[in-house]
Ligand binder design. Structure first.
Ligand code: GLY
Length: 351
């Protein structure tokens, strides 16, 4: 829910929880910039044990989860405990996972501090960590008690962080609502989102999809649009130890997957052209060397989100995508050949 202060929302949410059973997970950044804002408005947290998680995708690991479980055991957290996750997607994903598995599950509240976490990671009940080389390879479906969106945190974010979150909002527009897409375009290039209704609209789009298919058996896969190719590009960057914001990879992935949508489902070419222009203007082009390009397809085959269809022991695994017939009309489980995939990557890298 969108909130304007923490006192009014946290008091009723935590009224039945013993004070010593409230725990806070942050990272170094949110410990400094966001936790003090929450504590000032809700002083009960002054005495709460705070765990500062190491920041960065490489720390979204089983090792960090173990540190967090140990922290809860050391502080005698019981099944009445509530964990408050204050941070970006790394904190809400990992904190949510730790809470959903500690003593078979305790409650948590998410306070996302990045736009990406506000519109995507912290709502929808997906938790997890990276494992065995697979992004979000291990996790649970577990809804937080509540997700508190405090738009004032947006003023602390860089334009790169805002664009990263915007990519997920554009995805919501592409898969569900042309109006949402138009509203977002109207906010570029300033991205003054704080007083606009677009964040609520984007969360509402995601919520409607999640409510229809919580465990991602069907239509929730529409939310993976852009992510099959996007995650592979993200891995290519990680392999070279290059930092890249997740939303940039999603934007690049969406353009390549729109190309597939045009050639396989007859999606209007104007959608691809418009998004390609937007990508070039605001996100630039992905940097991938030739060796990495070959690797991209291998990584896609390993992405857990790709339903790998096989018709027999000697048949090749196939990569499955969510594609668009048009804006607002996603079609899940579209099998794409390696040739088509190569063509889409060629298009992306030729822009
Ligand atoms: N981030 C995609 C989903 O929540 O399903």
């Amino acid at each position: 829910m969108l909130i304007s202060d923490f006192h009014t929302t946290l008091v009723p949410l935590l009224s039945c929880v013993p004070k010593q059973q409230i725990f806070v997970f942050v990272d170094a950044n949110t410990a400094e910039h966001c936790l003090p804002v929450v504590v000032e408005e809700y002083p009960v947290l002054q005495s709460a044990p705070v765990l500062v998680l190491p920041a960065g995708e490489e720390n979204k690991s089983l090792h960090t989860a173990e540190l967090a479980w140990s922290f809860l055991f050391e502080h005698h957290a019981t099944r009445q405990a509530v964990v408050i996750n204050i941070g970006g997607g790394m904190v809400t994903d990992l904190g949510g996972f730790v809470a959903s598995t500690y003593m078979r599950g305790i409650r948590c509240i998410n306070i996302p501090t990045t736009l990406l976490a506000m519109v995507d990671a912290s709502s929808g009940g997906k938790t997890g960590l990276n494992c065995c080389g697979i992004k979000n390879g291990v996790g649970t479906f577990s809804q937080p008690m509540e997700t508190l969106i405090y738009p004032a945190f947006l003023s602390t974010l860089s334009s790169q962080d805002l664009l990263s979150g915007l990519a997920e909002m554009i995805k919501h527009g592409l898969i569900r609502s042309e109006k949402h897409l138009r509203d977002l375009m109207a906010l570029l290039p300033d991205l003054d989102l704080q007083y606009s209704s677009v964040i609520e609209d984007s969360i509402a789009i995601k919520k409607a999809i999640v409510d229809a298919d919580f465990k991602e058996n069907n239509i929730r896969r529409a939310l993976n649009f852009g992510h099959t190719i996007g995650h592979a590009i993200e891995e290519a960057y990680a392999a070279e130890a290059n930092a890249i914001a997740h939303g940039y990879c999603v934007m690049w992935g969406m353009v390549a997957e729109l190309y597939l949508s045009v050639i396989k489902l007859g999606c209007p070419r104007s959608v691809l052209t418009d998004m390609s222009h937007l990508m070039i203007e605001y996100y630039g082009r992905p940097m991938c060397n030739c060796r990495q390009r070959e690797q991209l397809i291998t990584w896609m085959l390993h992405d857990k989100k790709n339903f790998v269809a096989s018709n027999g022991s000697d048949s090749q695994p196939q990569i499955s995508f969510t594609l668009l017939r048009d804006i607002g009309c996603p079609i899940v489980d579209q099998v794409v050949s390696k040739e088509e995939l190569n063509e889409a990557l060629e298009y992306l890298f030729s822009l």
